[in-house]
Ligand binder design. Sequence first.
Ligand code: FPP
Length: 237
Amino acid sequence: MTSSDPHHVSHIAIIMDGNGRWAKERGLPRAEGHRAGAESIREVTEACIELGVKYLTLYAFSSENWNRPQSEVDALMKLLDRFLDDKASELDKQKIRLQAIGDLDKLPAATRKRLDRIQEQTKNHQTMTLVLALSYGAREEITAAVRSIAKAAIAGEISPEEIDTKLIAQHLYTKDIPDPDLLIRTSGEMRVSNFLLWQISYSEIVIVKKMWPDFRQGDLFAAVEEYNKRHRRFGAL
Ligand code: FPP
């Protein structure tokens, strides 16, 4: 498959589920599952580069995750800080652009600062864009878009008749990112969980039984193979 193929996977989005259960199965604290999950991120990023995938969007922290016990929220933020510190030079070296989407103002100031710095540092990189969904919820994203469009309408900058799907898409966090071709969820759960509700309208969904910390490059290749199979079937019609 080459990128001139119209069915080439150029954007993969992943709901990284099952860190807690992975840890529990091993009698480890949940934070250990998240730590192991961070390693899967490295694997999958490498695999995406190999496949020529241009966007990888990871659901790293949802709006609902703020309701977890404070100790787990703290552990996830600490892990995120460490991830950003560890990855900054690697991302830069591999020419990967980092982009964060979500209600980023809710993040701790120090985390926000790291994100801003790495996003600025990598903004012109073109190997691939790694999109981290942080403090992200699709309903919240759509709500913010509606609010901003209403403000523009009241200010007389747009008329209600001008509101179409394109305009709405331009008000989402993902305004500069194409829609995902493939959505993967691990741990066998069959839910979308408030992730990219608008953007996945036409995405293929692949559910993988493995817990996220066990997800390896081969699992990503298998999911892409499944995506390709579905499209080959369409091609045969
Ligand atoms: C789902 O597992 C995963 C998360 C809530 C967070 C994802 C975070 C990482 C993969 C590692 C951290 C990396 C960064 C960049 C922050 P779960 O806890 O919902 O698992 P469970 O459903 O088994 O309880």
